[in-house]
Write a protein that binds this ligand. Structure first.
Ligand code: PEP
Length: 253
């Protein structure tokens, strides 16, 4: 398969940073990086910081992302923020189905599919996060688990919708644990996933960015990002230090 895919280096700040820390971190990322032909930089910030950070990223090479959003446009959903509200903040990307949301906030496949569809409807690129638990990996059912997670979304929106989306493969056992999948383990999963997607639509499979996530850092990113089917990273902990995040970016594209 040809590989003309741009690398996407995406930071997931999770529930971190005060307002001033967020402004400082985003300012450093902007000031200390340059646009590249073969790679893009994205920061997925806490919802309350979207307005501040959006002002900083506007007209720069840095894309802005949110970490969650409700599929309904509005209504009696106390505490929620809708995907359509995010549109007003020039949000480019939305994480959907992150394992922390699946585990702690009841985001099952059906809800994830609705969020994915809502993002597309609002002109926001969804990043569908998928991943297996350690138990599932040890049982040898990794691919089946991932296929079930992706198929729930394909059934909702159709495979063609994935031309405006990305996937992040994040083995749950590697998130926030310091335990990274080896480049070979990750490459194998990405390759198999792409091959499976090609059964639906070879062009979509060839073009879609499949990011790796799970303790990617400045020390291991080079090898991970050199794999043919790893099209970027979704980075938690290491995205909270501009220097580490941009070291990862330096290996992309
Ligand atoms: C993530 O938040 O998606 C993630 C991969 O976190 P970390 O890099 O900290 O493992």
């Amino acid at each position: 398969m040809s590989n003309l895919r741009k690398k996407l280096i995406a930071g997931n700040w999770k529930m971190n940073t005060s307002r001033s820390e967020a402004i400082q971190l985003a300012s450093n990322v902007i000031a200390d990086s340059l646009p590249k032909e073969g790679a893009e930089l994205l920061i997925c910030v806490p919802l309350v910081h979207l307005a501040d950070i959006g002002k900083l990223t506007a007209n720069t090479h840095i894309k802005l992302g949110a970490q969650d959003g409700h599929w309904e446009s509005n209504g009696a959903f106390t505490g929620e923020v809708s995907v359509s509200m995010l549109k007003d903040y020039q949000v480019d990307y939305l994480l959907v189905g992150h394992s922390e949301r699946r585990e702690m906030f009841a985001d099952d496949d059906a809800r994830v599919a609705k969020k994915f569809a809502a993002a597309l409807k609002n002109g926001i690129t969804p990043i569908l996060c998928i991943g297996e638990s350690l138990e599932q990996r040890e049982q040898g059912v990794t691919l089946e688990v991932l296929q079930t997670q992706v198929k729930a979304v394909i059934d909702e929106v159709g495979i063609e919708a994935f031309s405006d989306a990305a996937i992040a493969y994040e083995p749950i056992w590697a998130i926030g644990t310091g335990r990274t999948a080896t480049p070979e383990q990750a490459q194998e999963v990405h390759f198999e996933l792409r091959r499976w997607l090609a059964e639906y639509n070879p062009e979509i499979a060839d073009g879609i960015q499949i990011l790796y996530g799970g303790s990617m850092n400045a020390a291991n990113a080079d090898e991970l990002l050199s794999q043919n089917d790893i099209d970027g990273g979704l980075i938690g902990g290491a995205s909270l230090k501009a220097e580490d995040f941009l070291t990862i970016y330096s290996f992309a594209g």
